[in-house]
Design a protein around this ligand. Structure first.
Ligand SMILES: [Zn+2]
Length: 508
């Protein structure tokens, strides 16, 4: 049996806050869904656990090594420039709209995204799909970008452009497809509504399509506001934002004739791209990278290399990648040592061949150092997905425990697969660094979320999401070791369309 799928992504919905709210009925619609299906409280995201890369992982079912989106900031070697998507998508309000259209609409959903999206795979199979404000929308149909008058007049903004998305693509005020009933989803644009890409607009479009029974086989609805608010006030104080999403989902089901009718032919899956780790309300939790690395010649922030530069820093909130122009073993070790002087730094991670190893990855911490590789199977250990690994050193570096051959990651879930999942990318920095819980990286011009919340690191607080699933042809259970790379294979399985990955497959 197959059915339609509605995939709802709530940015930064954090299980340690959201799951108790579901279980105690404070989010009554999600509570009813969970009663009719399943609630998984600990689905593991990818690394770096940050929106552009994490939303790309959900929609492609791939790690960054395959989909090419290396976080929120990385060095694009082909263009010799820093790809920068900011700590959240609304950086566009500061960076200008020419930047938004070129970097986000055209490049992130163009050549920077290397793996096929579900929109592409599903519509290639002849089944229609819709995107409601989801950031990663690459698809098989050209859509014209409409620029709101004020924006079109700004210098540097291209006059007209087309983007490739699913047959139904709704991106705020920028792209709007008419639904099959000739109705254009409600418009609520302008700066206050982030140009129609806020939760209220997504909710209104979803309700409209549900009411008209116009939802296609596959729909992704994206609710961004929670990330935006939770960064400022933390996940507990941001819960009213998720209550509002819960209400809007309830209204969409009611418009379709009630939840039970809706669930008869549609599987609903609700998840988030990453969690939020509270950032302590104390300026001492901000790690200034430029100062910590002042012993090295740094490329100008956000700029390409000059010949004399040694390192190029790309902050990703609670993670950072450091590119090294001439990565000699001695220089890599010296950078790691300089970072680990700081007690707020958690892991420093690099490919072992940079310091004389042949394969695999090195993780250095103040608690000790470990090395691991997936080459030379069968290795001495196996992860939850059946992938073999060979590792040695201090398990404490990644909160690692081992029972027989079985690996157990306590504080840094699925760390081996996730580290490999970004370091294997050609565009990855030579070195990745993470911050301890409660702390965040910053460079001049940036702004850490002191007293709020942030993410990006390997820690469970950044890296787990809830998954609620019910209705349609949804399976009765989810794997205990659920991951965000499993969301796409799960959707494809419910739709009855083959994909190169199955739910639970080891990725190494
Ligand atoms: Zn996010």
């Amino acid at each position: 049996m197959t059915s339609k799928v509605l995939l709802v992504v709530i940015d930064a919905a954090t299980p340690h806050v959201v799951c108790p709210a579901i279980q105690t009925g404070r989010l009554p619609v999600m509570h009813r869904l969970a009663e009719r299906g399943v609630l998984h409280t600990r689905s593991v995201t990818m690394f770096p656990s940050i929106t552009p890369a994490a939303t790309s992982t959900i929609i492609t079912g791939a790690y960054p090594a395959e989909h090419g989106i290396a976080g929120a900031a990385w060095f694009d070697a082909a263009r010799q420039e820093v790809a920068y998507y900011g700590d959240d998508f609304w950086i566009i309000l500061r960076e200008g709209f020419g930047h938004f259209i070129n970097d986000f609409l055209l490049r992130l959903n163009g050549d920077r995204l290397r793996a096929p999206t579900m929109f592409e795979m599903i519509e290639r199979a002849g089944r229609p799909a819709a995107c409601l404000n989801y950031l990663v929308f690459k698809g098989n149909f050209a859509h014209e970008v409409n620029l709101p008058g004020l924006i079109a007049a700004l210098p540097g903004v291209p006059f007209t452009e087309t983007v490739a998305g699913p047959s139904m693509l709704c991106l705020g005020d920028f792209v709007g497809t008419r639904t099959p009933h000739g109705h254009k989803p409600e418009e609520q644009g302008g700066v206050l509504h982030r140009f129609g890409m806020d939760d209220a607009s997504t909710g209104a479009m979803l309700k409209d399509l549900a009411e008209k029974k116009a939802l296609p086989d596959f729909t992704v609805a994206y609710f961004a506001d929670n990330d935006y608010i939770s960064h400022k006030v933390g996940p507990v104080a941001a819960l009213p934002v998720i209550e509002q999403v819960d209400r809007m989902l309830g209204e969409a089901f009611e418009a379709a004739g009630g939840m039970d009718l809706f669930l008869r032919d549609t599987a609903v899956i609700i998840t988030s791209d990453h969690g939020h780790c509270d950032i302590l309300n104390d300026p001492a939790v901000v790690i200034r990278l430029d100062l910590l690395l002042e012993g090295f010649r740094q490329a100008d922030l956000g700029r390409a290399w000059n010949p004399k530069d040694e390192i190029l820093i790309c902050p990703n909130m609670r993670a950072t990648q450091i590119y090294v122009q001439d990565p000699r073993p001695e220089l890599i070790e010296r950078i790691a040592t300089s970072m680990l002087v700081d007690r707020r730094v958690d892991q420093v991670i690099w490919r072992s061949r940079l310091t004389g190893g042949s394969t695999g990855y090195t993780v250095a911490t103040r608690r000790g150092r470990l090395e691991f590789t997936h080459e030379g199977a069968p290795g001495n250990a196996v992860d939850d997905h059946g992938s073999p690994w060979q590792w040695s050193g201090d398990g404490d570096a990644l909160g690692l425990e081992q029972d027989g051959r079985d690996l157990r990651f306590v504080d840094y879930p699925n760390a081996f697969e996730r580290i490999a999942g970004v370091l294997d990318l050609d565009q990855s920095g030579e070195i990745w660094v993470t911050a301890k819980p409660g702390c965040e990286f910053e460079v001049p011009g940036g702004k850490a979320h002191v007293g709020g919340a942030s993410h990006g690191a390997l820690h469970a607080l950044d890296s787990v999401s809830p998954v609620i699933m019910a209705g349609g042809a949804a399976p009765r259970r989810l794997p205990a070791a659920m991951r965000s790379v499993d969301i796409a294979p799960l959707c494809m399985e419910i739709l009855g369309i083959p994909m190169r990955y199955r739910v639970g497959d080891g990725r190494k």
